[in-house]
Design a protein around this ligand. Structure first.
Ligand SMILES: C[S@@+](CC[C@H](N)C(=O)[O-])C[C@H]1O[C@@H](n2cnc3c(N)ncnc32)[C@H](O)[C@@H]1O
Length: 315
């Protein structure tokens, strides 16, 4: 039995692929904005580096994460925000590292055990050890990766540093996770969306507020994925330490340029929209297929992680 479910021969869903082709360039967009739906009122991200992009005095979510990981792409405001959340919940450092370790484990699992060769990494963040294409291309140098972010500074770093040579391919898309049509049009430059893709939404959906319905964001994107594709999510939770994580959220949101929302196990599970989960399901991030069983203790990271598969016959 294969280690990964759904790795048999895949059918090619012609309908989404054809509709996507029609969404490129100046032609008819596949995703029509409806002003009555809150998600459709969200403006498209700017594609130039504006003044706010370089606002070193305001803590930025990608740079705070970089500071927590011990990176160098951060400023004093980011380090202060990181220090403030570490003060109330020291485990956030282990949590950031555990999230990166999950990224490496799930990408390796998808490439080595599930046969996935295409990755759509939404909310890529600043470059850090074990970026998606590096892990995937250790399994197969031909893996193709599209990186997406709505932060122009993150995109600038990605275009400079998250690159690769043939036979693999890396591309970068400046888009908000809520802008499905823009992401799909950009991804289609590099990925064959008629074939299975692993969509990574790691440590990003907690930046989508309830008002913007993160479950609908996932569903809108996943609805375009071919059968045999996968959706990976990691997400902040306060389940393990409600008071401390509430204090983290308060300190973070007082300083960061984008607010964070912690969610419960049921809420994070709901983000998969009923797609069948790969074992062990939605679990503390350190417990998702750990390379060393039993380590570390679950409360070292306030994050849940899970992986779901897009089944056959969704269309
Ligand atoms: C904490 S970092 C996570 C980086 C990486 N995915 C990881 O797990 O290591 C979150 C990233 O998501 C991006 N992001 C947040 N909200 C976003 C949105 N609505 N659309 C696109 N990117 C977003 C931020 O700019 C940042 O680069």
């Amino acid at each position: 039995m294969p280690a990964c479910p759904g790795t048999g021969p895949q059918s090619s869903p012609s309908a989404p692929a054809l509709r996507l082709a029609a969404s490129d360039g100046d032609s008819e967009p596949a995703f029509r904005a409806n002003p009555d739906r809150p998600l459709d009122r969200i403006p498209r991200p700017v594609t130039v580096l504006d003044q706010q992009s370089f606002e070193a005095g305001t803590a930025n979510i990608a740079r705070i994460y970089d500071a927590l990981l011990g990176g160098k792409d951060n400023y004093e405001a980011d380090r202060k925000a990181a220090a403030d959340v570490i003060r109330v919940r020291p485990q956030v450092v282990a949590g950031a590292r555990a999230n990166r370790a999950f990224l490496a484990r799930v990408v390796r699992f998808l490439a080595a055990d599930c046969g996935i060769r295409q990755f759509l990494d939404i909310g890529v963040g600043l470059p850090a050890p074990d970026n998606t294409h590096e892990v995937a291309q250790q399994v197969d140098p031909g893996c193709r990766v599209t990186y997406v972010d709505n932060d122009p500074v993150v995109l600038t770093h990605a275009r400079a540093l998250l690159t690769c040579a043939a036979p693999g391919s890396c591309d970068h898309v400046d888009a908000d996770a809520r802008d499905t049509s823009r992401i799909l049009a950009g991804a289609a430059r590099t990925l064959d969306l008629a074939q299975p893709v692993a969509m990574l939404l790691l440590a990003i959906l907690h930046f989508v507020p309830d008002a913007d319905d993160p479950g609908a964001v996932v569903a809108a994107l996943a609805g375009w994925l071919a059968p045999g594709s996968f959706v990976a999510i990691s997400h902040l939770t306060s389940d393990f330490a409600p008071e401390q994580v509430a204090a983290v959220v308060t300190a973070y949101n007082a300083q960061a340029d984008t607010a964070v929302t912690a969610r419960t196990h049921a809420e994070v599970s709901g983000l998969f929209g009923g797609l069948p989960l790969v074992a062990p399901g939605v679990v503390p991030v350190t417990e998702w297929r750990p390379s060393v069983a039993g380590l570390p203790h679950r409360h070292t990271a306030d994050l849940y992680a899970g992986l779901a598969r897009v089944p056959q016959g969704r269309w």
